[in-house]
Design a protein around this ligand. Sequence first.
Ligand SMILES: Cc1cc2nc3c(=O)[nH]c(=O)nc-3n(C[C@H](O)[C@H](O)[C@H](O)COP(=O)(O)O)c2cc1C
Length: 178
Amino acid sequence: MQLKEAVLTRRSIRKFNAKEIDVNTIKEIIDISQYAPSWKNTQTVRYNLIADKELIKKVALSIDFEWNRNIILNANKLMILSTVNNISGYEKDGSPSTSKNSHWQSFDAGIYAYSFVLVAHEYNIGSVIMGIYDEDKLKKILNIPDNESISCIIPLGYYDIKPEAPKKKLSDVVLRVK
Ligand SMILES: Cc1cc2nc3c(=O)[nH]c(=O)nc-3n(C[C@H](O)[C@H](O)[C@H](O)COP(=O)(O)O)c2cc1C
């Protein structure tokens, strides 16, 4: 698949079929997608792959937002991106490199998340990036180290139906040429 086609045809997928995703396929996706750029190449993003069905259920049930809970219950695997705190956007002595302080940690995670879902799309694996979850509960369930934050949950699965592309804002709304 050409890059242009991949960008134009990726959709957030929220309904998955029962076909199993091979863990090795996900490892391949990580091997490629981790070539994403990051703050001073600090690579603070960690990939937490949840393959155990009972654990997927536990993650789902920890989320109050029913919409996300149901999507996760239906997923074949979960990719949960966490990031090591206070490195991206900071100097080695711990002082912030810019006035945006910790902003760059999430920025890196976002780039990694998009890189991951785009490469997953190349493998015909559907995904949706999720920002609504209870971080404290999730960290406990997954035993995420204290010095990491959870950046997003990405439910994964093969799918039968691809939703229509949602409308995007017109270029004269989002583009300012000066
Ligand atoms: C940072 C971020 C958080 C998101 N959180 C959720 C979420 O919690 N639940 C959900 O169903 N979709 C979530 N989405 C998916 C967006 O709704 C989706 O990307 C958007 O509607 C555009 O659709 P498309 O991805 O098919 O282009 C999130 C997307 C991003 C980038």
